[in-house]
Design a protein around this ligand. Structure first.
Ligand code: UD1
Length: 424
């Protein structure tokens, strides 16, 4: 399943249901390490490679993990291991999310420095600085983090950047800290709220003031907990863009519209046609066909700004707009590696520092292209769906880290796509 073949030019039609959010499931699963002889029950957990990697990591630490459909139960013993395996952590950057809960619970952790997408330097200095401020002694030797503490102390921590991972790690570390931890300039992503809901369900008092300040009151013990993973706003946004790029007519179900406000606002500005259907059981975004998008300018920002994880897909959509668009990336460096691949399909993109200058072309042509990371890979798939002729996207393993059953979902919308293995 290393390549996806796409015969482009078919307007997508029909309904697609959003998966549970990868970026919510991973920290929530890591937070189970706070439990002792207790269980966490989660619903709407997506079937993804990154979720498998987190399950494997938790199992390697002693947690019993069982899955039934979209539900998982994490049964955590009285004692767990505090040394994370090199291979698993290098495979996925989000493995670093075990640092906070393990340190809080075991008083020591050995964590190899994490790997992950090749989208620029992604240090964990903010995680380590916050934990040090809470009293942990941290050393980095031979590519590993060694952290130790008798008991963490709650205190006020100001994050130099609203890092999603650092906010999550510090929230989890704060659960058994003495006193209250106040994280200022904290990330405000919806996935953080999902983690807060899980910590509350464990019996922890967590206050989110909605203005980038999170307060966690340390406790002595936590109890069994249950929660549902929120819908994946990035996957939802990706399918909305697939509908728009193919001049299709699709309904993306199980969406929290507020979570994709920035995308919807920019799409409206670009002249896309869509409606938001709210219902008590399941909200949906319905995409209506338009011939061409108008050019726009946008800048990626921490939430509620335009998400960096939708930047490659939006850039792909703008390659055939009716003028010159500017897309500035302010969250990650090196997140335009895919622009050269889109160029092979006829896109006209000039990278100037942190900004992509996209000159709209009439149409894209199918080509063989390589996914350089997860979102870049899916942007190439979107381009392939819109292009004339056949596209092959190689290195699909990146895409499978974050998109559940992408081939089945696209075929259900009428796309002509299939996985291929081996030589062409
Ligand atoms: C999370 C998401 C990822 C998304 C990103 C930004 C998960 C599993 N992944 O990643 O999909 O693209 O948020 O929305 O939720 N930084 C530092 N020092 C640190 C931490 C971060 O310099 O200690 C920098 C990073 O290099 C990057 C920026 O801060 O430039 C944002 O990183 P962060 O918000 O931490 O992203 P992740 O949690 O890694």
């Amino acid at each position: 399943m290393d390549k996806m073949r796409i015969s482009g030019g078919i307007p997508l039609k029909g309904k697609v249901r959003t998966q549970g959010a990868k970026n919510a499931a991973l920290p929530v699963m890591a937070s189970c390490l706070l439990l002792k002889g207790r269980k966490m029950t989660l619903d709407n957990v997506p079937h993804l490679q990154d979720v498998e990697t987190m399950m494997e990591l938790l199992r390697s630490l002693g947690v019993a993990v069982t899955r039934s459909g979209s539900g998982i139960v994490l049964d955590v013993p009285e004692t767990v291991s505090w040394e994370a395996s090199d291979a698993l952590v290098r495979k996925m950057r989000a493995s670093s999310l075990v640092l906070g809960p393990l340190l809080a619970r075991c008083g020591q952790v050995v964590l190899p420095l994490p790997g992950g997408c090749s989208i620029g330097s992604r240090p964990i200095d903010l995680h380590l600085k916050g934990l040090t401020q809470m009293g942990a002694k941290i050393e980095i030797r031979n590519g590993r983090v060694y952290a130790q503490v008798e008991r963490l102390r709650g205190r006020r921590i100001y994050l130099d950047f609203p890092s999603v991972g650092a906010t999550e790690n510090l929230m989890m570390a704060a659960v058994f800290a003495a006193g209250e931890t106040i994280i200022e300039n904290a990330a405000r992503e919806p996935e953080i709220e999902n983690l807060a809901a899980v910590l509350k369900s464990m019996g922890v008092q967590v206050d989110m003031e909605g203005t980038g300040c999170v307060r966690v009151k340390g406790v002595e013990d936590v109890h069994n907990c249950a929660e549902r993973v929120i819908p994946d706003r990035i996957e939802a946004g990706t399918y909305i863009l697939a509908g728009i790029m193919t001049s299709g007519e699709i309904t993306v179900e199980d969406v929290i519209p507020e979570h994709i406000d920035a995308l919807l606002a920019k799409l409206e500005e670009a002249g896309a046609s869509f409606s938001v259907n709210r219902s008590a059981s399941r909200n949906a975004v319905v995409v209506h066909p338009v011939k061409k998008l108008k050019p726009i300018s946008l800048k990626t920002m921490p939430y509620p700004g335009f998400p960096t994880d939708l930047q490659p897909q939006m850039t792909a959509a703008l390659t055939t707009s009716s003028g010159v668009s500017l897309v500035e990336e302010s969250v990650f460096q090196a997140r335009f590696l895919y622009a050269a691949e889109l160029g092979r399909m006829g896109a006209n993109i000039d990278i100037k520092g942190d900004t992509a200058v996209i000159k709209g072309v009439d149409s894209l042509d199918g080509a063989s292209v390589k996914a350089t990371d997860l979102r870049a890979g899916v942007a190439l798939i979107l381009a392939g769906l819109a292009a004339k002729g056949e596209t092959r996207v190689e290195n699909m393993e990146h895409v499978l880290r974050g998109y559940e059953s992408i081939d089945t979902k696209l075929r259900a919308l009428g796309a002509d796509v299939a996985f291929e293995t081996g030589e062409r």
